[in-house]
Write a protein that binds this ligand. Structure first.
Ligand SMILES: Cc1cc2nc3c(=O)[nH]c(=O)nc-3n(C[C@H](O)[C@H](O)[C@H](O)COP(=O)(O)O)c2cc1C
Length: 336
């Protein structure tokens, strides 16, 4: 059975890739994922805010040293003595590279143009096989028009592409008004792939103490339908590689993503909830299905239910909307 696939120009043994999560913060879980069959691993993100905080601290310490007396300043800590979050990230990247045989994809998170993208070069020097730009942005500034929001994605990407020769993927949320158009622009700006979609952390309200509560809700299989539709719409209409992320919990979820056109399926919540064994179960479930349906390779089945190949292309657009709404019957046990 040939499960091999290409993602961001990397030749992978299978389409199962643990996505960005705390599981890459330590070597043991990362090794367990490799042993369970992960084809690559995406690291947790290095955040623009963390880089900027490091830089502010370094500038502050340098200033203190400049203005203090020569004798006193020797007692002040040198900023090199504080390992910055950036340095810790680069160190973890080097450790993962040394410990694993699979490709390691680093991840930079930010939303503004600026100095933080130059850290892509340090990530490349530390040995990353590819870089994911995780653009996590809430358009809460109501004076900013959508074209400016999209342009910033392109600007960040263009600046990063100019820094490094690493393949670059862009991880997006679903909240763009013309996503297909944006993906074609991302491709034209030099990205090797897109990962769709990041799940936004959604603040909740605690009605007991009238406060905003911070709870991280993990996904379920139902959440996979959003990325699935977009895999189906994009397959065959863009040439960059496609990662499906969000709601892939079982072999069946992964298969649907592949049938719709994903090159790889990212796995996160299901691994956090079920451990590394879930990766082997998904792998084995996909192989079992392929055997039963007489597919010899993932390449043969990929995109066979994309919009371009689907027996019902309208299902991925508005076509079945009216039909779905009008055919819905509330349960008879509840409504007479
Ligand atoms: C605890 C946790 C931490 C995450 N950290 C990151 C991160 O640092 N960078 C990133 O791009 N995505 C991050 N994600 C998002 C996941 O990589 C993934 O895209 C998202 O959870 C949807 O996939 P899932 O339904 O399989 O969980 C995180 C998700 C979780 C649950």
């Amino acid at each position: 059975m040939d499960l091999s696939t290409q993602y961001l120009g990397l030749a992978l043994k299978s389409p199962f890739v643990p996505s960005s999560s705390p599981l890459s913060k330590r070597l043991d879980p990362a090794r367990q994922l490799e042993d369970a069959g992960a084809a690559a691993i995406v690291m947790y993100s290095l955040f623009e805010e963390a880089i900027e905080a490091d830089e502010r601290l370094a500038a502050q310490l340098a200033l203190q040293q400049d203005i203090g007396s020569a004798e006193a300043s020797s007692y002040l800590p040198m900023h090199q003595e504080f390992p910055s979050q950036r340095d810790e990230y680069l160190e973890q990247l080097r450790r993962l590279k040394a410990a694993l045989d699979i490709p390691v994809i680093a991840s930079l998170n930010g939303t503004t143009r600026g100095g933080w993208v130059r850290h892509a070069r340090a990530i490349e020097a530390a040995g990353a096989d590819a870089l994911e730009l995780n653009i996590y942005y809430i358009a809460a500034d109501f004076t900013e028009p959508p074209a400016a929001v999209e342009q910033r994605v392109i600007d960040i990407l263009t600046e990063t592409v100019a820094q490094v020769s690493l393949p670059i993927g862009v991880k997006l949320s679903p909240y763009y008004s013309a996503l297909g158009h944006l993906v074609t622009r991302i491709e034209a700006a030099g990205a090797a792939g897109v990962a769709l979609f990041n799940r936004f952390y959604q603040p909740d309200i605690d009605t007991g103490n009238l406060d905003v509560s911070q709870v991280m809700h993990l996904s379920g299989s139902k959440d996979a339908l959003l990325a699935m539709r977009w895999m189906a719409l994009l397959r065959g209409r863009v040439n960059l590689s496609l990662a499906a992320t969000g709601g892939v919990h079982t072999a069946e979820d992964a298969l649907k993503m592949l049938l719709c056109g994903a090159d790889v399926t990212y796995l996160c919540s299901t691994l956090l909830l079920n451990g590394p064994g879930q990766l082997s179960r998904i792998h084995d479930g996909v192989v079992d299905w392929m055997e039963r349906h007489e597919y010899a390779s993932v390449g043969d089945l990929r995109g066979s239910l994309s919009q371009q190949h689907s027996p019902d292309p309208a299902a991925f657009e508005r076509g079945n909307y009216l039909q779905m709404l009008s055919n819905y019957e509330p349960p008879k046990s509840v409504w007479r």
